[in-house]
Design a protein around this ligand. Structure first.
Ligand code: C2E
Ligand code: CA
Ligand code: CA
Ligand code: CA
Length: 279
């Protein structure tokens, strides 16, 4: 027992070193990753719950690292937020997502809408609204085909400044949605004070449908309230037909999840879209 503390310490130390090493590797690499073209966007379909037609896509970033391979966002977005690199990266995502929709359209594939995740730090930029406007202008994408996803906590961190910017974004004609809804602490009636169009029910509540009583109660409550307050609702993390059918029955607007398609690179998306329109 006497050595246990020491062993724990040594283990911890080695672990810390690995983490520090990875962090340094990622942080240094991230500075060049944009200019080297190492980031890529994957596209996940969203379907109209009633008609089961594709209504749009959400874009999700990945980093194709020369040594580490494909890195998922949860491994580098927090670091990008800490270092502030999320600002240029976020601008690139906006630009690239809008460009891709137009490129598909010119190739004969019309994807009605694209949803882009924003990070809290992007709201620190006085240029956020201009950057969104510029992405639309340079690509020619209609504002009504862009949706911006933010989280409850982003609004609550700085409500006064955020609501101001949300108002300006809304004035451009883009759609605004609340991601991971239900995981924060804001009430729906509170959210109604912000110019929001859509709520995304967090995957953790979709998981237990249609059998888990608590999940059912939460999903039904969100859907009933959203209807009254005129929010459209997207369910995320839909993994099977039973979840999809339950959500459709309860009036959910859009469905997104592995059941319909995992996020895929732009090159693979047309095949996925074709498959969805046949089934
Ligand atoms: P999110 O915005 O909540 O995105 C949904 C996540 O759930 C994605 O993980 C997606 O791949 C995953 N997902 C979708 N359908 C299913 C399903 O049916 N089952 C399961 N188990 N998972 C599903 P991903 O791509 O790893 O992204 C993680 C998070 O990273 C995102 O969560 C978002 O917060 C952040 N993120 C991704 N791309 C960007 C970006 O361009 N900018 C910013 N700021 N954040 C991003
Ligand atoms: Ca999202
Ligand atoms: Ca989400
Ligand atoms: Ca999330």
């Amino acid at each position: 027992a006497k050595d246990a503390g020491k062993n724990t310490y040594q283990f911890f130390d080695a672990e810390m070193n690995t983490q520090t090493f990875e962090r340094l590797l990622l942080e240094n690499g991230m500075r060049q990753a944009l200019e080297r073209g190492e980031f890529e966007l994957h596209y996940q379909p969203q379907l109209n719950a009633a008609s089961r037609e594709m209504s749009g896509v959400e874009v999700l970033i990945r980093w194709r690292h020369p040594q580490l391979g494909l890195i998922q966002p949860l491994r580098f977005i927090p670091l990008a937020e800490e270092t502030g690199l999320i600002k240029p990266i976020g601008d690139w995502v906006l630009q690239e997502a809008c460009r891709q929709l137009k490129a598909w359209e010119q190739a004969g594939l019309y994807v009605p809408r694209v949803a882009v995740n924003l990070s809290a730090r992007q709201f620190e930029q006085s240029t956020l609204v201009d950057n969104v406007a510029r992405a639309l202008q340079t690509t020619g994408l209609e504002a009504g085909r862009l949706e911006l996803e933010i989280t409850e906590s982003m609004i609550m961190q700085n409500p006064v400044e955020t609501v101001h910017q949300l108002g300006e974004l809304k004035a451009l004609g883009v759609w605004l949605s609340i991601d991971d809804f239900g995981t924060g602490y804001s009430s729906l009636s509170h959210l109604k004070r912000f110019p929001l169009d859509t709520l995304k029910i967090d995957r953790s509540f979709v998981d237990g449908l249609p059998d888990d009583e608590d999940s059912v109660a939460i999903a039904e409550a969100i859907l009933a309230m959203s209807r009254k307050l005129k929010f459209s609702v997207v369910a995320e993390g839909v993994e099977n037909a039973a979840q999809a059918d339950f959500l459709e029955l309860k009036g959910c607007t859009l469905l997104q999840g592995y059941h319909f398609g995992k996020p895929v690179p732009a090159t693979e998306f047309p095949a996925l879209a074709a498959q969805l329109s046949q089934s």
